[in-house]
Design a protein around this ligand. Structure first.
Ligand code: GLU
Length: 532
């Protein structure tokens, strides 16, 4: 069965010449995907341009490369494609690598860590691109182009005026060798263009199946070395993939349309191309572009907001494909073992970021249950408590790790973010609430009596309070009051413990505060009312 897939323009940023058109890609859906068996040394790369900070789309590409590498015992490489010097964003290169490390998918070879195929920044590999371009010129697969920016501009305007897609008319293809030498001798500004030949061979994409794009029919010959001597993306990208021994190129589907052009270059250079696999677009759940989402999609902002990296990885793989089942709570090792590249589908992955707190809650619970991770959470929380409440803390005991550990274990599964615990609804855990006589009097006239009953049951329980026992005992307390109903008793206890009307169960509050602090808070009720 042959399918015709129409990719709308916004999916094909990789090809400027097809602007305002739709691109027809033929794919053969019945073809067996070529990744059911992966042979040889696996080397994959994530190749972002440091023209911006890492966002969710980039993280997803990096993640699929990482899990592919780890699944097949290969290497994951970070290469920074920084050849467009005018668009570099200061700090972005460093930050991209920081974010991969933070996310728990660190590269095996990278600008920071080096490696045998380095350097890993394209701006440090310029000689290699120039040599390759020279090789292409010598074999007549590329040529010098001396067309001025004004001429190119004019071509573009004319094309647009007549409703056509602008493309270079390949004029300099036909310059005689002597003309070229003369212009070079006169230092006429020039670029090098790759000669696009017709007769592109189809290739089998790991995800999109058989593919074929007769690029010479829609594009003019592309520039491979710019006037400033820097390579364009297309040349640098294939040169590096070749010299870095990349076995599989897994990248966003916006590059699918460029692959035929890349394959022509591989052929011209006599190089064996890697296997290509294009990942479907990542979009908001309503099908709009991710970048259009309200709020930030940069990884740094998720990190700042207390999102756990494993929750972010989990949500990005859950909405997409590549797994036999979709289930929440997978950690990186699960992702690696459950990843099945032949299950990657061609339709867009729809990301529901509203579910992120739910993913975070699950992964926060995992961390709390892991003793080593829990210690890190305790440290983090100690810092946050200090920052939020330092002046108000009456008893330093609340900063003790056992106290915080108890709180974390009681609240796991209820909170999505650690920082919730320093918010107003949990302030009672760190700071004693202040309550007025009027608040107490509004609930009951038996406050002192109830307080002494509670104090008695707390002292009977010893050093560790038990949730089950307390729940039973509190019911008995309510039965020993004369005029106060169970509901009011509980309201009073909650008020005394937290100053709040809502929150965890009264028994849980008592367990988390511990017997000493709980008693301290009830003893206040035994004091004669202040005359204020
Ligand atoms: N530098 C390109 C980008 O920013 C890399 C594309 C590729 O992986 O080939 O997405």
């Amino acid at each position: 069965m042959r399918l015709l897939l129409l990719l709308p323009q916004r999916c094909v940023q990789g090809l400027s010449a097809v602007r305002n058109t739709q691109v027809k890609l033929q794919l053969n859906a019945s073809v067996q995907r070529c990744c059911s068996t992966v042979h040889g040394d696996v080397r994959v790369r994530f190749a972002p341009s440091p023209t911006g900070f890492l966002h969710l789309g980039g993280l997803r590409t990096a993640l699929y490369n990482y899990i592919f590498a780890k699944k097949y015992g290969g290497s994951f490489i970070l290469r920074l494609e920084d050849t467009d010097q005018s668009r570099l964003v200061p700090g972005a290169a460093e930050s991209i690598e920081d974010m991969l490390e933070w996310a728990g998918i660190p590269p095996d070879e990278s600008p920071r860590h080096g490696g045998s195929a380095g350097p890993y920044m394209q701006s440090q590999r310029l000689d290699l691109y120039r040599q390759t371009a020279q090789q292409l010129v010598e074999s007549e697969h590329a040529y010098y182009c001396f067309c001025s920016p004004q001429r190119l501009d004019l071509l573009k305007k004319e094309a647009l005026r007549s409703g056509q897609t602008p493309r270079y008319d390949n004029r300099c293809r036909h310059l005689k060798a002597q003309q070229v030498q003369e212009k070079l001798a006169q230092s006429v500004p020039h670029v090098i263009r790759f000669r696009l030949e017709e007769g592109v061979e189809p290739f089998q994409d790991m995800v999109f199946g058989w593919n074929h794009h007769e690029v010479a029919q829609v594009e003019g010959d592309p520039v491979v070395i710019k006037a400033d001597g820097f390579p364009t993306y297309h040349l640098a990208n294939i040169v590096d993939d070749h010299h870095m021994n990349i076995s599989h190129v897994l990248r966003g589907s916006e590059w699918l349309i460029s692959t035929s052009k890349h394959l022509l270059m591989y052929k011209a250079l006599g190089w064996k191309p890697p296997t290509f696999g294009h990942l479907p677009l990542l979009m908001n759940k309503d099908g709009t572009k991710l970048s259009k989402r309200q709020g930030d999609i940069f990884i740094q902002s998720f990190q700042r907001d207390g999102v756990l990296p494993e929750a972010l990885l989990d949500i990005t793989t859950n909405c997409g494909s590549g797994f036999n089942t979709n289930q929440m709570g997978r950690r990186i090792d699960d992702l690696i073992s459950e990843f099945n590249p032949s299950k990657i589908t061609t339709h867009s992955a729809l990301l529901d970021l509203d579910k992120l707190p739910e993913f975070n809650r699950i992964h926060l619970q995992h961390r709390i249950e892991d003793e080593e991770q829990c210690c890190l959470l305790i440290k983090d929380l100690q810092g946050q408590i200090h920052k939020a409440y330092s002046a108000e803390i009456q008893d330093e005991e609340v900063l003790h790790e056992d106290y915080i550990r108890r709180v974390l274990h009681l609240r796991k599964g209820h909170i999505s973010f650690l920082k919730e615990l320093v918010g107003p609804s949990y302030s009672y855990l760190w700071v004693r609430p202040s309550l007025s006589n009027q608040q107490v009097a509004a609930l009951t006239k038996e406050a002192q009596h109830i307080a002494s009953l509670v104090l008695k049951l707390v002292s009977q329980q010893g050093e560790e309070l038990s949730l089950d026992q307390l729940s039973k005992d509190l019911k008995t307390v309510a039965k020993q009051t004369k005029t106060t109903k169970y509901r009011e008793v509980m309201k009073l206890l909650r008020l005394v413990l937290s100053g709040l009307q809502q929150g965890p169960s009264v028994a849980e509050m008592m367990v988390s505060l511990g017997p000493v602090e709980t008693s301290h808070r009830f003893q206040k009720l035994l004091l004669p009312p202040e005359t204020s």
